[in-house]
Write a protein that binds this ligand. Structure first.
Ligand code: PMV
Length: 311
């Protein structure tokens, strides 16, 4: 055992396929490097958590941190360790569809294994993170865990080995935070209820989202940014029909499209959280972020997609 351990993870963005991924359809996600979380572990006389949301004995952490609490108890139990002090520093906005809860679980699990000086396979990492994610989200597809634990774009499909692939597209992705907490647990549940009540219409919308994701993968591989934008707009229509969008998201998506975006949609669970837009060049991306900020976006990021190029 070392005197301390450290673990890191990035936030993530789902480009296409949220919600339909819960029903076994493919989704595209990638690590979002502008947002990041670090966890540090040392031993302590009792379990203590130090984070932006809570500082104090782990036993007294609020319900919203139940995922972290349970993960730490499980890790400590599995490896019979002394109590720990965990310090979390994060720039990933919580509950905004950026995979904050999964990223924190990735960073903690990595820090724990580093502290214990034990090797951590990708598979074991995902097992612990998905365990924590079940507490946060109820019925997670596993995409957040997979995307925040890796450093390449992925095509994720529940139950299948996920594929990494090069983002071979020239363009700029804009991410904007509505400032409203996303409601992943509720939206996933609401879609499940819709599916039960009207499985024909809901099933059709979900199937189409899956098809759009596969088309998006081809558009990315063939550097067809304008087409990818159209596919994003089409996905947003289906997500709105599934009733996981809301007025704030719809408004920012409209503003992005009015300011030169090739396409725009929500990302993640929806009903708040973040939206994304695609721009062909940096000056359009800047114009879009300015317009989004003027319309009330709480934070914006621009990511050049070309940076994700793997031979
Ligand atoms: O809101 P986020 O970042 O946790 O993304 C959720 C993605 C969903 O497809 C809506 C749910 C899931 O578990 O895949």
């Amino acid at each position: 055992m070392k005197s301390s351990g450290e673990g890191n993870a990035n936030g993530k963005i789902i480009l296409m396929g949220e919600h339909s991924v819960v029903y076994g359809k493919p989704a595209i996600a990638f690590p979002f490097q502008p947002t990041h979380v670090t966890a540090e572990i040392t031993d302590h006389i009792y379990d203590v958590l130090r984070s932006g949301y809570f500082v104090g004995p782990l036993a007294k952490a609020p319900k919203s941190l139940e995922n972290i609490k349970t993960l730490i108890h499980q890790l400590r139990h599995d490896f019979s360790t002394p109590p720990v002090q965990i310090t979390i520093s994060s720039t990933i906005p919580a509950e905004r569809g950026m995979g904050s809860s999964a990223a924190v679980a990735v960073a903690i699990t990595r820090a724990f294994f580093d502290w214990q000086n034990l090797p951590l396979s990708h598979e074991l990492l995902l097992t612990y993170v998905n365990y924590a994610e079940k507490i946060s989200h109820g019925n997670p597809s596993g995409i957040d865990a997979a995307a925040t634990a890796g450093d390449e774009p992925i095509l994720f499909q529940k139950g299948a080995a996920f594929e990494t692939f090069p983002i071979n597209i020239s363009g700029f992705l804009i991410v904007a935070d509505t400032g409203v907490k996303g409601k992943t647990r509720q939206t996933v549940k609401a879609v499940a209820q819709r599916f039960e009540q009207d499985n024909k219409t809901t099933g059709h919308l979900i199937n189409e989202l899956g098809d759009l994701t596969l088309k998006a993968k081809k558009a990315i591989l063939n550097n067809q940014a304008a087409y990818l934008g159209e596919l994003m707009n089409a996905a947003q229509k289906n997500l709105a029909a599934l009733q996981v969008s809301d007025q704030t998201l719809d408004n920012l998506i409209m503003v992005a499209n009015q300011n030169g975006a090739l396409g725009a949609k929500l990302t993640g669970g929806g009903k708040g959280g973040c939206m994304i837009a695609l721009a062909s060049d940096y000056s359009t991306a800047k114009k879009i972020t300015t317009a989004l900020t003027n319309q009330g976006a709480k934070a914006t990021w621009i990511q050049e997609l070309g940076v994700y190029q793997y031979a």
